[in-house]
Design a binder for this molecule. Sequence first.
Ligand code: SF4
Length: 378
Amino acid sequence: MHIPFCAHKCHYCDFYSLVDPRDRQGSFVDRLGRELHALAPWGRGASLATIFVGGGTPSLLPPFLWDRLLGVLHEAFDLTSLEEFSVECNPESVSPELFSTLVRGGVTRVSMGAQSFNPSHLKTLERRHSPGNAGRALAMARDAGIPRQSIDLIFGIPGQTLDDWKHDLDDALALGTEHLSCYNLTYEPGTAMTARLKRGEFTPADEDVEVEMFRITLSAARGAGLERYEVSNFAKPGAQCRHNLVYWRGGNWLAAGPSASGHINGHRWKNTPRLDDYLSIDRDGFAPVSEHETPDPGRALTERLMTGLRLSEGLERAWVVAQATALHAGAASGLARAIERQTALGFLETDPARLCLTDAGFLVGDSVILELAGALDL
Ligand code: SF4
């Protein structure tokens, strides 16, 4: 579920989100409720296993609107088998009342957007909280009865040194988190930060420094008992984000809210990323959709390579070979050659059962995956 509101647009962010001066949060929650009711028949066959509410800033919704939203969720769906219910929070927009409301509605996990514990880097990112806020917000969530917690950090911030990054990791891990997401700052087209970069207003992080930061992340996380299970995600045993695993393992999920994306048995769609359209277009509750792809075996295998190889568990080799063989005569042989080359380079494991990246492969994961996908010659 996508909640599109933010208190401020961070200048590196390319998620669909807006600062809304028109006070439309109430009408948004009502509209989201209608969409959830429309989606419910799709979710009932297999009762929901996980829920993830992201944004935007979900914690910006006031408790009374959360109460309304959670009421609709429980009304519309069978949540008796729910294993995990995550909500993204920003440290500056939480309160004990909000967390109590979330607990009453069945939320079991918060993902806290700390990003950094260094005031100067928070300023560079245009994040409005102070370094101590994230720890206080997590303690508040724990006191309210939310047992599972994750922290988001960003590295490769202009001006950030290796020592600064190490401190950020130490500060996050000292909070005892069971899950850590560490994202390399990227300059997405159309963001204010990319425009500033183009104008030469700051120097981006050096690529070698970023690689070293990636290495430090792995050793710091492992030192605290968190293992990498996805390129940017680390968790204690059993603490992986089950919802995100559904994406990376190519499962089925529903989507609600503007810009949310769904996938059911090869059909992929994305709700139109525009709040005005979402509020004004109501097709029996369903949201306007801006992208829809129907099942296609070549695309499905490419996507499985792109998402499955991001995971430490990788993909089942025999399954990948069978899928490639079914595509066309050259796909399996082309893929086999690409796998052999990347294995010789030390970027893929030699495991006969699983196709997965090595630690060195994770540093160049995108290029390995692109070569494998390209070798299918679609
Ligand atoms: S709070 Fe998050 S979603 Fe909102 S603008 Fe900042 S980075 Fe983007």
